[in-house]
Design a binder for this molecule. Structure first.
Ligand SMILES: C[S@@+](CC[C@H](N)C(=O)[O-])C[C@H]1O[C@@H](n2cnc3c(N)ncnc32)[C@H](O)[C@@H]1O
Length: 270
């Protein structure tokens, strides 16, 4: 079994995605989508950005490595009555079956960053984008003090060491690495722009409820808890994460609203 696929099929990212819908809509609204634009949403999950892109009139293909999320995306699209979007299984490291120059816009929000072989990922995203098109990525930033970067940092401190040669997904949050990867795919540094942006995690309940969803349904945190349980350290991990979620919460009256900073990358394809 492909460990990358296993990681995301192990959990149920739809349970986290429910807290990210407003930010997904805001992000899609910022993409300059016009009617009939061909959009690939890569590592799309259950369509937090893909559905809003389709609602804005784009012709959307969502690709994700996790079959459960592809099914969830197709179900959400059907429920929304959208016929201009479909979800299918695929790997951002190797978009076989997708022709060159197929899309006006390739979007990958916290998606392709998790695929192995980042140079292949950059090459594939550029290959399927038409000349004059764009690739837009949202990537968590290593060392950033906000929620997700810290969840991933804390989780990896409890999880077993990764296999030799493993390249951390967080390296997609380092501008020099992004420039190098797109450079190898033929995109000059002058065509790559960076911006700090913010996502919000929102639920009506308290931050510990959101943490519960991460513990039960988010692959990287699930693995950390499994390892921590074996080492008798699950309570330490729970406490460290609870402090993080509680301290980052800006919600009032018992609800949760946690901002998280990410690196927004725009690569112009010539
Ligand atoms: C953090 S979730 C983000 C999902 C979605 N973009 C969103 O904003 O809700 C990461 C997603 O990337 C997908 N993913 C991980 N590795 C992938 C790969 N190699 N190819 C395609 N998708 C991948 C996962 O299955 C998961 O749906």
């Amino acid at each position: 079994m492909n460990p990358n696929k296993a990681l995301w099929e192990k959990g149920d990212f739809t349970r986290i995605a429910q807290s990210m819908r407003n930010s997904g809509e805001a992000l899609a609204a910022s993409l300059g989508i016009s009617n009939g634009m061909k959009v690939l949403d890569l590592g799309c999950g259950d369509g937090t950005t893909a559905l809003p892109e389709a609602k804005l009139g784009a012709d959307v293909l969502g690709i994700d490595i996790a079959s459960n999320l592809v099914a969830a995306g197709n179900k959400r699209a059907a429920e929304a009555g959208l016929s201009n979007i479909r979800f299918q299984e695929g790997d951002a490291s190797d978009l076989k079956g997708i022709a060159d120059n197929s899309f006006d816009l390739v979007v990958s929000i916290f998606g392709a960053m998790f695929a192995p072989r980042p140079f292949d990922v950059a090459r594939e995203m550029v290959r399927v984008t038409r000349p004059g098109g764009r690739v837009v990525m949202g990537n968590w930033i290593p060392g950033d003090p906000t929620l997700v970067a810290q969840v991933l940092r804390i989780s990896s401190a409890y999880a077993p060491p990764p296999p030799e040669g493993f390249i951390s997904p967080m390296t997609w949050g380092i501008e020099a690495n992004v420039v190098e990867r797109f450079g190898a795919a033929g995109i000059p540094a002058t065509n790559v722009a960076f911006q700090r942006d913010t996502y919000h995690f929102e639920i009506p309940g308290p931050p510990t409820e959101l943490l519960g969803a991460f513990r039960q349904f988010y692959g990287p945190t699930m693995n950390a808890f499994e390892a921590a349980e074996k080492a008798g350290r699950a309570e330490d991990l729970q406490q460290e994460l609870a402090e993080l979620f509680n301290s980052q919460n800006t919600g009032t009256d018992g609800s949760t609203l946690i901002p998280a900073t990410f690196l927004r990358v725009t690569a112009m394809v010539e």
